[in-house]
Design a protein around this ligand. Structure first.
Ligand SMILES: Cc1cc2nc3c(=O)[nH]c(=O)nc-3n(C[C@H](O)[C@H](O)[C@H](O)COP(=O)(O)OP(=O)(O)OC[C@H]3O[C@@H](n4cnc5c(N)ncnc54)[C@H](O)[C@@H]3O)c2cc1C
Length: 455
C-alpha cells in the first residue's frame, strides 16, 4: 500500500506522531510487532512505578512506629500486586488503541514486524508498503551481556520479573543502574533478600560519588547487599540456586537472577542496510539535529537514536519532529535540557552537568550542597535521607547542573529544568518566595549556600 507516512514502532513518539499526522490529513501506517504503546506502558515506566507504589506501601506500613503508629503484621501479596499492575497496563494499552482509532480511515494499525526492503519501502507480514516519509521509533531491549554460562540458566529481565507471582527468596541483580536499583529496592520491600552486583564503584555510576553514596546508604540500611565493584565473570546453577562467579572473590548465591546491564537498540532485524540507514558502532541510528537519518525521507526518534533513554525524551522528539514535518518550526533537538529521575525511595533526579562531567570538560563551576536533614518539611515527615547539589557558572550565574537525592526529588528537579531551559540566572530562585514548609524550600536553601547569595 502507498501512504504518506509509515511509522515503525508504537513507542512514546510513534503513537502521537501517527495520530497527529493522520489528524493533519496524512495517510499513515503504524506498524507494531509487540504490544501497543511500547516499552514505557508495557514493560517500563508504568508497570515499574505501579509496583513500586506497592513496595512503598509495605515499607511505610512496616516503619510507622517512628511516627508513633503501629500496624499489624505486614503481608505482601505479589500475585495481587501483579494483577493491579496488569490492569493499569491494560488500561493504558486500551487508551493507545483508542487514540489510534480516532485517526479514522487515514490511520492503519498493522500488528507485525516491519523491515526495510529498500528506499522508503517497508515490508510487514509479507506485504510491501511505500511512503514519502518513514519514521523509525523501534526503541531498545535489554542487553544480554557476554557472561559465561548465561545462556545455560534461567534468568529474568525486567519484563519477566514483573510477571512472577511468588516473591523470590533471594534476588541477585546484575547491574546497579536505575533499573537494577528500582527493582532491587522494590523486591527487598516485598520481602526478598537482594544482592546487587555491578562492576562500577558505585550504584548509578554516571552520578557523582557523593550522590550515589546517598542511595547506597539507604539501600544498605534496608538490608540490600551491594557487591561493588564486582565483575561477574560467569553464572551457573546448582540445585535451586543461581550462582554468580565474580572475576575475583567468593561466589554469590541467590534463588533468582535479574539481568539489568543496559539496553540495546532494536535495529538488528530492521533491514537498515537495504534502506541505506547509517548505524553507529552500538547499532543506534545516526541522526542530525532534525532527526534525519542518512536515508532521504527517513527519520528516527526515541531510544533508537542513542539519546538518553527516557519517555519524556521520546515524547519531546515527537513534538519537535511533528512541527518540522509540517513546516511549523525549524527548531531541532539541540539546546534541550535532559532531566531524569530514578524512582528509588528516596528518588534520585538530575539535569545538566554532574561535577565529574564539568571537571572532565574543564568547565569552570562553583558547587554547593545541602543535606535533606536541614529542610523543615523533611524533618516533620521524617524523610531526611538525601542531598541537593547545584553547579553554577561563576560568570553568568546560570545553573550548569543539579542533582537531588531525596523525597520528591523527581518533582523538585523541574525548578532547575525550567531555569536551565530558559537560560535564566539562579538569582531567580534567590529572589522568589518558596512556600513553607515544603521540600522546595531546600531548593532555595541550597542556592543560598553559594557565597554570592549568602544572607
Ligand atoms: C524497567 C524500565 C523502567 C523505565 N522507567 C522509566 C521511567 O520511569 N521514566 C522514563 O522516562 N523512562 C523509563 N524507561 C525508559 C522508557 O520506557 C523508554 O525510554 C521509552 O519507552 C521510549 O521508548 P521509545 O518510544 O523510543 O520506544 P519503545 O517504547 O521501546 O517502543 C518501541 C516499539 O517498537 C516496536 N518495534 C521494535 N522493532 C520493531 C519492528 N521492526 N517492527 C515493528 N515494531 C517494532 C517495539 O515492539 C516497541 O513497542 C524505563 C525503561 C525500562 C526498561
Amino acid at each position: 500500500m502507498d501512504v504518506d507516512v509509515i511509522v515503525i514502532g508504537s513507542g512514546q513518539a510513534g503513537v502521537p506522531l501517527a495520530a497527529r499526522l493522520a489528524g493533519a490529513g496524512k495517510r499513515v501506517i503504524l506498524a507494531e510487532r509487540g504490544a501497543p504503546g511500547g516499552t514505557c506502558i508495557n514493560t517500563g515506566c508504568t508497570p515499574t512505578k505501579t509496583m513500586i507504589a506497592s513496595a512503598r506501601a509495605a515499607h511505610v506500613a512496616r516503619n510507622g512506629r517512628r511516627l508513633g503508629v503501629t500496624a499489624g503484621k505486614v503481608q505482601v501479596d505479589l500475585a495481587a500486586i501483579v494483577e493491579r499492575k496488569n490492569s493499569i497496563v491494560a488500561g493504558w494499552r486500551e487508551a493507545v488503541m483508542n487514540r489510534l482509532k480516532a485517526g479514522g480511515e487515514r490511520l492503519t494499525f498493522i500488528h507485525g514486524h516491519a523491515r526495510f526492503t529498500g528506499d522508503r519501502r517497508v515490508e510487514v507480514n509479507g506485504e510491501a508498503h511505500r511512503a514519502e516519509t518513514v519514521i523509525v521509533n523501534v526503541g531498545a531491549r535489554p542487553i544480554v551481556p557476554p557472561i559465561h554460562g548465561l545462556d545455560s540458566i534461567e534468568w529474568l529481565d525486567n519484563h519477566r520479573l514483573m510477571d512472577i507471582r511468588e516473591t523470590p527468596n533471594h534476588l541477585l541483580i546484575l547491574g546497579g543502574g536505575y533499573v537494577g536499583c528500582e527493582f532491587g529496592q522494590m523486591f527487598r520491600r516485598f520481602g526478598s533478600e537482594v544482592t546487587i552486583v555491578d562492576a562500577a564503584d558505585h550504584l548509578m555510576s554516571r552520578e557523582d560519588p557523593d550522590i550515589s553514596a546517598q542511595i547506597e546508604a539507604v539501600f544498605e540500611k534496608e538490608g540490600i547487599r551491594l557487591c561493588l565493584p564486582t565483575t561477574a565473570a560467569a553464572v551457573s546453577k546448582s540445585g535451586n540456586e543461581v550462582l554468580v562467579h565474580p572475576a575475583r572473590g567468593d561466589q554469590i548465591r541467590g534463588s533468582h537472577l535479574l539481568v539489568a546491564t543496559g539496553r540495546r537498540p532494536n535495529t538488528d532485524e530492521l533491514g537498515c542496510e537495504a534502506a541505506g540507514i547509517e548505524l553507529d558502532k552500538h547499532g543506534f541510528i545516526v541522526i542530525d539535529d532534525q532527526y534525519r537519518t542518512s536515508a532521504s525521507g527517513v527519520y528516527a526518534v526515541g531510544d533508537v537514536t542513542g539519546e538518553p533513554q527516557f519517555t519524556h525524551v521520546a515524547w519531546d522528539d515527537h513534538r519537535i519532529l511533528f512541527d518540522l514535518l509540517l513546516g511549523r518550526s525549524k527548531r531541532g533537538r539541540s539546546g534541550r535540557a535532559y532531566p531524569y529521575t530514578a524512582f528509588t525511595d528516596p528518588q534520585l533526579a538530575g539535569v545538566g552537568l554532574t561535577e565529574r562531567e564539568a571537571k572532565k570538560q574543564q568547565i569552570s563551576y562553583e558547587v554547593t550542597t545541602l543535606p535533606y536533614g536541614s529542610i523543615a518539611r523533611a524533618i516533620e515527615v521524617d524523610e531526611t535521607a538525601g542531598i541537593l547539589k547545584v553547579l553554577l557558572d561563576p560568570k553568568t550565574e546560570k545553573v550548569l547542573g543539579a542533582a537531588i537525592v531525596g523525597a520528591e526529588a523527581g518533582e523538585l528537579i523541574h525548578v532547575f529544568v525550567a531555569l536551565i531551559q530558559a537560560g535564566a540566572s539562579a538569582r531567580a530562585i534567590v529572589d522568589a518566595q518558596f512556600v513553607h514548609p515544603t521540600f522546595a524550600e531546600g531548593v532555595q536553601s541550597v542556592v543560598l549556600n553559594f557565597a554570592r547569595y549568602a544572607l
